[in-house]
Every structure is written in structure tokens, then in C-alpha cells.
Design a protein. Structure first.
Length: 253
């Protein structure tokens, strides 16, 4: 029943968000709802079922609130993101029905399955060691993501045309924020199975890992900078996703 309650909550909240987006003529506000969608859903499940361990809503909230603040600082007050503008052009005479099903219903669908492992946990701690390992993996992942985002934000403020970020964590992987994102969800999964979630729910962290690596994260940015000679030179020396700690920073000077 908890699963159904979360599904209904997601359907209602994202339908409401869809209506607001059409009023504001800005479908990209759905990106801001990604983190809070997880946070609110896990707390709904926690208070409804009374069977989830408190640690899961707490760590998911830490991730989701940080992500919301980061995206809000970057996007609030700006026009609709270019990706959604392009979608609107492709949809032609049917922008609303396409936006509803391809954006505002797709996102909660993915959100639910990524959250599924956490929703499947219970209050009985099965493995204290796995709990500690999961929390350490989560801490590493969210730190990697947050530091990468911070370093890029500082770089963008002072960058000149044609410059590419190649310092800090960006010297070891071209997408430290996405690597950190995937990593922290494997940490959340480890915590969930420490509290009795079935091992077969590994598809939850696998799904978000595949999404950021092959669908909505890395490929979009790689495509955006494919015509940049500076980025291509950087790409030849730097792994696309998994960090290479043996790279010498002097290679980019």
C-alpha cells in the first residue's frame, strides 16, 4: 500500500507542477522538482508506513535539498532551459499533451523506481557493517558531487570564451558531479539493503547510474561541447565518467 500512496502523491504533485509550468510557459521548472520529489516522497512513505528506518529520509533529504538549492541558484529567474525550448518546437501543435506525458509524468515514473529500494526497507537493521559502508559511500558521493558543482560555479564566474574547466576534480573526470550522483545512490541502496530491502532492488541505483551516464546527463553535455577544440583536447586526457586519480594536473597547464 505504501507504494501506491507514493505513486498517487507523485501523480498529484507533478500534475499540479505541470499546470503551473504551462501558466508560466516554462517546462524546465520540472528540473527543480527532481530533488524535492524524492524528499517529499520518502517522508510520505515514512509517515504513512511507520516501517522505514529514519536514516533513509534523512540522507535522501540531505541530497535532495542540496541539489534543489544548487539548481535554484543556477536557474531561478532565467528563461526556460534550451532543452525544453527545443522540445516545444519539436512538439508542434501538441505541446501540452507531450509535455505532460514525456516530461511531467516521465520524471515521477523514473523517480519512483529509483526510490524503490529505499521504499522496500524496514526498521529492522540486518547488517550494521553494510549500514556503515553505505553511509560512507553516500558521504563520498555527495561530497564529490557538491565539490564538483562548487568548483564549476567558481570557474564559470570568471571564465573567458573558449575556456574549459580542467582543474580540481574536473582534472580527474569530465563529469565529477554526475559520477558523485551515481555513487551516492549506490550508498543509499547499501543502506536500504542493510535494513532488509531485497538485493534484487539493485535496479534502483543502476537506473540512476545509467540515466546520468547514458541519457540525461553526460551525453547532453558532451554533445553541447563537441565543437570546442579545447574540450576535445581535454577529453583526450580525461576519463568521461570514472575518475582517474593518477592523472597529473600539469598535463592541463
Amino acid at each position: 500500500m505504501t507504494y501506491l500512496v507514493v505513486i498517487m502523491f507523485l501523480w498529484f504533485s507533478f500534475t499540479l507542477l505541470f499546470l503551473l509550468a504551462q501558466y508560466w510557459h516554462n517546462n524546465s521548472i520540472v528540473d527543480l522538482a527532481w530533488g524535492p520529489g524524492f524528499v517529499l516522497s520518502i517522508w510520505v512513505a515514512f509517515f504513512y508506513s511507520h516501517s522505514l528506518p529514519l536514516v533513509l529520509p534523512i540522507i535522501i533529504s540531505i541530497w535532495g535539498i542540496r541539489l534543489f538549492i544548487h539548481l535554484a541558484d543556477r536557474n531561478i529567474g532565467k528563461p526556460e532551459d534550451y532543452r525544453y525550448q527545443d522540445m516545444r518546437k519539436r512538439w508542434g501543435d501538441h505541446p501540452y499533451i507531450n509535455a505532460y506525458f514525456k516530461v511531467f509524468m516521465l520524471q515521477p515514473f523514473l523517480l519512483f523506481w529509483i526510490l524503490f529500494a529505499s521504499l522496500s526497507a524496514n526498521k529492522t537493521l540486518k547488517s550494521p557493517l553494510l549500514l556503515v559502508i553505505g553511509l560512507l559511500i553516500f558521504a563520498f558521493g555527495i561530497t564529490f558531487e557538491a565539490v564538483g558543482d562548487y568548483q564549476l560555479k567558481k570557474f564559470v564566474k570568471h571564465k573567458q570564451k573558449g575556456q574549459v574547466m580542467t582543474s580540481g576534480l574536473w582534472a580527474y573526470t569530465r563529469h565529477p558531479n554526475y559520477f558523485g550522483e551515481a555513487t551516492l545512490w549506490w550508498g543509499i541502496f547499501s543502506v536500504a539493503i542493510a535494513y532488509g530491502a531485497p538485493l534484487w532492488t539493485f535496479f534502483s541505483p543502476l537506473l540512476i547510474s545509467l540515466l546520468v551516464r547514458f541519457v540525461s546527463g553526460v551525453p547532453l553535455l558532451e554533445k553541447r561541447y563537441k565543437s570546442s577544440t579545447a574540450f576535445q583536447a581535454y577529453a583526450k586526457k580525461t576519463p568521461i565518467f570514472f575518475p582517474n586519480p593518477f592523472i597529473k594536473k600539469s598535463e592541463f597547464s
